[in-house]
Design a protein around this ligand. Structure first.
Ligand SMILES: CC(=O)N[C@H]1[C@@H](OP(=O)(O)O)O[C@H](CO)[C@@H](O)[C@@H]1O
Ligand SMILES: [Mg+2]
Length: 594
């Protein structure tokens, strides 16, 4: 094959790879998906090594701009780890390159690795002599240090300039990638250092909250999942104005790996619908939980009688959209800037109705996965997106930012609203969902609105809902109709008419079935006017799907939780299923997106 491959470089790669052999996974391949690669940490050495090679090529393709690599497994158990690539403006790796990463990680011999390398250079038209730079960080998992050595070996073999940022949250690494690549531009994103991140955030928070009439009346407690969010939240506190907000940090034990995500953190609280262990909040105390790499956040509280109340991603999206909508109006920009909310089909129907009818804003739906939401939100003047699981952010387009810069306020009130709005563009991470940034945003809004969790919860009442899954032998048989945000199935042919027939029997019924992108299962989501009807509706649809034969049929149905906001399977169940798969993970696709 004709190639412009640099033979000396390739020799160095093969030599370096000897120290990081590929785990023997039989015929099972690794797959790069929305979460990059994620699996048991002891399987990852070679994968991380090859990710280093791909990132080096990607940087050459992107004109020598810095590419980011984050080593984390987010909310997974402590003995898992993962790795993902960040593109130059802080976005996730462009999807056209995902197959390249997959192919490299599955190249089982030096010859195959060489072929893959050449193919990437040729297919993606990479000039292999170009400048290349990679910056990287890891979460608190003990395996991270070894994986960093594998990564460095690949970067050194490819003569790639790199910066090791040590331990960071995932969104901090995204921030640094964008800051690095915009450093010499007219509008740099921020100082290129971890400290620069806190400075930017601290300053913006101060600006945004100072016009609230009263500081928040009650303290807030942050459960950091015993992960990287704990030390980083504590550092952030040093940059926040004193005496405005009392913040308690709990679940901050990062020394012993076994505590990471164990019975605490955003994923645990959301999927099990209960407070984290050692919770000592009184009724109506405001609590929130971060996940293991601090890119997700959810709020919650208990009512009298220990009734658990979750304020999930739908609630954060509606809270933020209502506040930003008010600011746009108050600053006199309503004719210049429009706001849209992007949701998935899993958003509670009551939240959609609230956005459309009360906030009078437009809702758009995309397929599941933050990548899809981000993409659509980026096309709006101001695009608000959150998945129910608490991962999301708000994107301010160049057009909206320009309108804010140029606008001449006509009154002191307009001026105040405009300044708060401008502060939010710095406070909210523009690259990816960021628990620390979203936390400061929520606290700012509650302070401005003078709301407690009670008022926040009372904005609308969730429709009773239920999320279940049915394990199937071939989830690829389940294809959704394009343009329906996965709310209708094209195949297997008999399924959609049957779902329609079942749904028609329930008042305010809604139900859809789609193939999970992260597990060998199809998910069944249902809502109805009554809790009893919801259970019945989802049960009937699961029963029907479980009874189908071949690629359609599966067997066991694992429904999760009662009515209330549900988003996914329980952590315990995931772990059990994945351990049973032999290698500890479904290797074809990563198990989670953030
Ligand atoms: C219903 C649900 O919670 N789906 C989750 C789950 O995707 P599935 O494609 O449904 O497996 O994992 C994704 C990655 O973490 C996350 O983005 C998404 O919200
Ligand atoms: Mg995460």
């Amino acid at each position: 094959m004709a190639t412009n491959i640099n033979e000396a470089e390739f020799k160095a790669i093969i030599k370096a790879a000897e120290d990081w052999p590929r785990a023997d996974t039989g015929n099972t391949d690794f797959g790069y998906g929305t979460a990059g690669f994620r699996m048991r940490a002891d399987l990852l050495d070679y994968v991380v090594f090859t990710v280093g090679l791909v990132a080096s090529l990607r940087s050459r393709k992107c004109g020598g701009n810095a590419i980011g690599i984050m080593i984390t497994a987010s909310h997974n158990p402590a003995d898992d780890n993962g790795v993902k690539i960040v593109d130059p403006m802080g976005e996730m790796l462009v999807s056209e390159w995902e197959p390249y990463a997959t192919a490299m990680a599955n190249a089982r011999t030096p010859d195959k690795l060489r072929n893959c390398f050449i193919q990437i250079i040729q297919n993606a038209q990479v000039h292999d002599h170009n400048a290349r730079k990679v910056i990287f960080a890891r979460d608190t998992r003990p395996s991270g240090a070894r994986l960093v050595r594998a990564l460095k070996a690949a970067l050194e073999a490819t003569n790639t300039e790199y910066v090791d940022y040590g331990i960071l949250t995932t969104p901090q690494l995204h921030y640094l990638v964008k800051a690095t690549n915009t450093e010499k531009m007219d509008k740099p994103y921020g100082e290129v250092s971890e400290e620069g991140y806190y400075k930017k955030m601290g300053k913006a928070f101060n600006e945004a909250i100072k016009r609230a009439t009263k500081p928040p009346s009650s303290p807030v407690t942050v459960d950091c999942a015993n992960g990287v969010g704990a030390p980083k939240m504590k550092k952030l506190l040093e940059y926040l104005p004193k005496d405005i907000l009392k913040i308690n940090v709990v679940n901050d034990k990062i020394e012993s790996a076994k505590d990471l995500n164990f019975q605490c953190g955003a994923d645990y609280v959301k999927t099990s619908q209960r407070v984290p262990k050692d919770f000592d909040g009184k009724p109506y105390d405001r609590w929130c939980s971060l996940d293991g790499d601090a890119d997700r956040i959810i709020y919650y509280f208990v009512e009298d009688g220990s009734v658990f109340r979750l304020l999930d991603g739908d609630r954060i999206a509606t809270l933020a959209a209502s506040f930003i909508g008010d600011l746009v109006r108050k600053s006199g920009l309503e004719d210049a800037i429009t706001i849209a909310i992007v949701q998935t089909a899993y958003a509670n129907g009551a939240s959609t109705k609230y956005v459309e009818q009360t906030l009078k804003l437009k809702v758009e739906f995309t397929n599941t996965g933050v990548k899809h939401l981000h993409h659509v939100a980026a096309m709006k003047d101001i695009g608000v997106y959150f998945e129910a699981n608490g991962h999301g952010t708000i994107l301010f387009s160049e057009r909206a930012q320009k309108a804010m810069r140029k606008h001449q306020p006509q009154s002191p009130a307009q001026m105040e609203a405009l300044e708060t709005l401008r502060a939010l563009t710095d406070l909210i991470n523009q690259t990816v969902g960021d628990a620390l940034s979203d936390f400061l945003l929520v606290e700012t809004i509650l302070a401005h609105k003078e709301w407690t969790v009670r008022e926040w919860l009372s904005t609308y009442t969730d429709l009773p809902n239920k999320l279940a899954k049915v394990l199937v032998s071939d989830r690829s048989a389940y294809k959704s109709v394009e343009g329906t945000a996965e709310r209708r199935l094209l195949t297997p042919k008999p399924v959609q008419p049957r779902i329609d027939a079942i749904v028609s029997k329930y008042r305010d019924g809604r139900c859809f079935v789609r193939a999970s992108g992260t597990e060998d299962a199809v998910r069944v989501y249902g809502e109805a006017g009554e809790v009893y009807d919801t259970e019945d509706l989802v049960g009937k649809v699961c029963e029907f799907i479980g009874g189908l034969g071949g690629g359609g049929g599966g067997g066991m149905s694992d429904s999760v939780g009662p009515a209330g906001r549900l988003g996914g399977e329980s952590g315990a169940y995931q772990t059990q299923m994945l351990r049973e798969s032999g290698l500890g993970r479904d290797l074809r696709e990563p198990q989670a997106g953030e």
